[in-house]
Design a protein around this ligand. Structure first.
Ligand SMILES: [Zn+2]
Length: 355
């Protein structure tokens, strides 16, 4: 969503910065340039159901985030800091390197984070709570890793279906996923819900393995029609990672239209700090990405192009929508910038790229 008011806000702040009164605290250049006014962490219940035809949330990441914000008062501030770091990183990538005024040549400016420019490698620990009614095979696991690698390297076989309007926005995130370990134990529950019990050995789950250096992926029966959920950057390390319903891991006929591994692609997108593409609210609520269109709802099934909401064409083929697995096949360049930001210097997942 494009924020037309941003430049005005920057201009206003710049004017304030240039004309301080004697007892005023003068903002640094960085604070003047980074507008955080639209940032939000809490979302309303039923965030994807603003339209009458919208269906249930197949992803519970935002609901889990709401709960964790209540449980952990420090989380909101941590997420604010991560978002500010992300926006500073993205502002620093622009040609001027200093949008909104000033030339950056003066003293006291905090430099933007240094990008990590190489391929990012993410070791994946698959933690399975086995349920004989919903078996998870090695083929499911291997195909999931292959699908993640296709999707995060712009190698999805359906990408040719991206309409011309969005073709120049397709990103290659250049992230490689490797299978580091598979842990299996019999499930003690028929459904695990979203309480994170599957991440706790004392509750019958698997404790996370070194989450500062591995993506922990729990596979279990979640229940309630939920396909998966993720924890955003900034949350507790012990619960860091993504949870995928057993029927939806990799290529899996039990998953039907969601049996082609895109639940993990979507949830890993949240784990890499992407919001839902419609911004979990009405038209003006943003996903903090400039090159994704405004929308006020999730899309389902396999929409024909164009699908118009908020006076623009929805990017329904984006992994961060709710469409069928075979009907989502791109990240945008703006989303890629957000993902790259957390691996840049000072980023919340920089530990993955440090020696
Ligand atoms: Zn989601």
């Amino acid at each position: 969503m494009k924020k037309l008011i941003l430049s005005f806000a920057i201009l206003a702040l710049a004017i304030v910065a240039c004309q301080p009164s004697s007892d005023e605290v003068v903002p640094t250049q960085q604070t003047a340039q980074i507008d955080m006014s639209d940032f939000y962490v809490y979302t309303d219940a039923g965030v994807s159901k603003v339209s009458s035809e919208a269906k249930e949330d197949k992803c519970q990441s935002m609901q889990v985030l709401n709960r964790q914000l209540k449980e952990n008062p420090g989380l909101e501030n941590r997420m604010f800091a991560i978002e500010k770091h992300t926006r500073t990183f993205i502002a620093g990538k622009k040609p001027s390197g200093n949008p909104g005024g000033g030339n950056g040549g003066g003293g006291g400016t905090t430099p933007p984070p240094t990008p990590y420019t190489g391929t990012i490698t993410i070791p994946v620990i698959v933690n399975i709570l086995e349920d004989s009614a919903h078996p998870v095979t090695q083929a499911n696991i291997d195909s999931q890793i292959a699908i993640l690698n296709d999707d995060y390297n712009n190698n999805n076989g359906n990408t040719s279906g991206v309409p011309a309007e969005f073709a120049s926005l397709i990103a290659n995130a250049d992230i490689t996923f490797t299978l580091a370990a598979v842990n299996r134990k019999a499930s003690t529950k028929s459904t695990w819900g979203t309480s994170n019990a599957m991440k706790d050995a004392s509750q019958g789950g698997w404790d996370a393995t070194d989450p500062a250096h591995n993506l922990n992926l729990w596979v279990c029966e979640i229940g309630g029609g939920i396909l998966g959920y993720a924890q955003f950057p900034g949350g507790a390390l012990a619960t860091d990672g993504v949870v995928i319903g057993s029927d939806f891991l990799g290529e899996n006929t039990a998953g039907g239209q969601y049996g082609h591994g895109r639940t993990a692609t979507h949830e890993v997108g949240h784990w890499l700090n992407l919001r839902h593409i419609w911004g979990d609210g009405r038209c003006r609520q943003d996903d903090f990405v400039t090159d994704t269109p405004s929308s006020d709802r999730s899309n389902y099934g396999c929409p024909s192009y164009p699908t118009v909401h908020c006076k623009s064409n929805d990017m329904t083929m984006n992994y961060m929508d709710y469409t069928d697995d075979n009907c989502m096949y791109m990240f945008s360049n703006g989303q890629n910038d957000r993902m790259r930001a957390i691996f840049a210097s000072g980023g919340s997942r920089e530990s993955f790229v440090l020696p």
